[in-house]
Every structure is written in structure tokens, then in C-alpha cells.
Design a protein around this ligand. Structure first.
Ligand SMILES: Cc1ncc(COP(=O)(O)O)c(C=O)c1O
Length: 175
């Protein structure tokens, strides 16, 4: 549409989040299909870059060409089966979204609320994990809805100690 000229805006998530000019110019390159060998080379390169970013082996990184919500959905729906116990910390919008998804997966959700504007309460999460075996601990690292960061190292260590897998939404914090 020639008639639509997007205005220049400063995009604000938890901070300025304008798209880099490098990314904008990449978007103007030719499209290849997902079965094209050139696409597979690209995937390998992206997986290696993600492995560096996540400090993880590259076979453990699965990029989903989708928005953040699909990442949440992919993690929760693949790990939770009906009846599994999931401890989910909620201190804003996106924690609440994970509670909804886990409920739809049929999990028994143990919701640990903290006031909006406060980080996830580590002691309350510990109490929830100690109250019965959970398959998953899920929380949002940086709750974009309030701009608050929680202590991911402490929470993941708790999950490990209690034999639960950690699902961490770090949409606006990882990089
Ligand atoms: C912390 C967090 N989780 C999940 C999402 C959802 O991501 P998307 O809007 O790409 O589905 C967002 C989006 O802002 C977010 O900030």
C-alpha cells in the first residue's frame, strides 16, 4: 500500500525497543521456503547464536518462528499433561496468561500471587513447591506489564532442588 507511510515512533516496552535498522534491512531481503537448503543453513546459524545467548548446547535450542505467546504455549503444552501439578508465579499480566494455558492443558495449577509491581515472592514459591511434587515451576523473569524483574537464579535453583522443570518467560529480559 503506497498510501501507508508508517510514522517514526519510539516504541516503549519496558524500555526503548525500536527495531534495529539492521533488522529492518534484513526484512527487505528475498524470501526462501522452509524446505530450501539455504533455509536450513540459516536455521543452523540461528541455533548456534541462540546457544551462545542461552549458554546452552545448541541441540537444546529450538527456535519457534512465532510470537512470545506461542513460545509459552509450546513450552506448557509440551511439558504438561492432565493432572500434572504446575506451580505458576503471577505478578502481572503474563504470569496470568501462563495460568490460563496450564489450566487448558489440564494441569493442577498452584498459583502463587505477588502484588503487581513487586517481584515474585521466592519464599512463597518455595512453600508451594514444598507442599507437593510439581512437574513445572513457571514464572516471568521481567514482567513487562509492570517493568519488574524477578530473581530467576533463585527461582530456578528452587525448582531444581524440588525436581521440577523451570519454564521462564524472558521475552523482554533475555538479551
Ligand atoms: C513478558 C512477556 N511475555 C509474553 C509476551 C507475549 O509476547 P507476544 O506479544 O509476542 O505474543 C510479552 C509481550 O509483550 C511479554 O512482554
Amino acid at each position: 500500500m503506497q498510501s501507508f507511510q508508517p510514522p517514526r515512533r519510539i516504541l516503549m516496552g519496558p524500555g526503548p525497543s525500536d527495531v534495529s535498522p539492521r533488522v529492518l534491512s534484513a526484512l527487505a531481503r528475498p524470501t526462501v521456503g522452509h524446505l530450501d537448503p539455504a533455509f536450513q543453513d540459516l536455521m543452523e546459524e540461528i541455533k548456534a547464536a541462540l546457544a551462545r545467548l542461552f549458554n546452552a548446547p545448541d541441540h537444546a535450542c529450538v527456535p519457534l518462528p512465532a510470537p512470545g505467546t506461542a513460545g509459552m504455549e509450546g513450552a506448557l503444552m509440551n511439558l504438561l499433561e492432565p493432572g500434572d501439578r504446575a506451580v505458576i508465579a503471577v505478578n502481572g499480566v503474563f504470569g496470568g496468561r501462563m495460568v490460563d494455558m496450564a489450566g487448558r492443558a489440564g494441569a493442577e495449577v498452584v498459583r502463587v500471587d505477588a502484588p503487581w509491581g513487586e517481584p515474585v515472592d521466592v519464599a512463597a514459591v518455595e512453600a508451594a513447591l514444598a507442599s507437593g511434587p510439581a512437574k513445572v515451576l513457571a514464572f516471568v523473569h521481567a514482567e513487562t506489564s509492570t517493568g519488574v524483574r524477578s530473581d530467576a537464579a533463585a527461582l530456578c535453583a528452587l525448582a531444581r532442588r524440588h525436581g521440577a522443570l523451570s519454564i521462564v518467560d524472558c521475552v523482554t529480559s533475555l538479551g
